[in-house]
Ligand binder design. Structure first.
Ligand code: COA
Length: 156
């Protein structure tokens, strides 16, 4: 998987050496920089001039995929990179046999709506996907987190 665009941003699979920069991007966006190495196979990065300027990943649970940690460097937002990363990961999930795509979001709710995701409840998650660590944490701490976290779904 490697695609380039006219802005010179290449999307490629993440490598172990990318992890520190991905942690920086993910934590910098107030998202949990957890279980990256464990799910590295599902991660992609956007690279420009040998710098990682965006990342995101999927975690597969049977035929369910959880999309996570999509972050674009603040200087590159609004250039289409978030969409390219998301579409690449959705295609990867489908190629890996996913029929259902899930995610959690706070700040990017409208972005995901724009990409075809709809709001669901925790009870709407298929049983096979509920072992996902984010599902476990968010569904068990909904009171603590208040109404600021959405869970969303779309068909793969
Ligand atoms: C969400 C994020 C990844 C979007 O990346 P981006 O590169 O700025 O977005 P793009 O330029 O690819 O936008 C793609 C499309 O979504 C739209 N869009 C972007 N942000 C949007 C928003 N907040 N609300 C509604 N639409 C949005 C764009 O207008 C664009 O539409 P088009 O393709 O039809 O022209 C980026 O803002 C980000 O890193 N946010 C912080 C981290 C975060 O919250 N990530 C989501 C974790 S679940």
């Amino acid at each position: 998987m490697t695609t380039s665009d006219i802005a010179g941003v290449t999307i490629r699979r993440a490598a172990p050496a990318d992890i520190p920069r991905m942690v920086e991007l993910i934590a910098g966006a107030n998202l949990p920089p957890l279980f990256i190495a464990e799910y590295l196979d599902g991660f992609a990065v956007g690279e420009q001039d040998a710098q990682v300027v965006g990342c995101g990943g999927i975690e597969m649970y049977g035929s369910s995929a959880v999309i996570r940690s999509i972050v674009v460097d603040e200087r590159m937002r609004g250039t289409g990179l978030g969409r390219r990363l998301s579409e690449q990961l959705m295609a990867d999930a489908k190629a890996a046999g996913a029929t259902d795509l899930y995610l959690f979001t706070a700040d990017a709710h409208d972005f995901w709506k724009h990409l075809g995701f709809v709001d669901i409840t925790f009870d709407d998650w298929r049983a096979e996907a509920r072992v996902n660590w984010q599902y476990q944490f968010v569904s068990q701490n909904a009171d603590l987190l208040g109404g600021e976290i959405y869970t969303m779904w779309r068909k793969a």
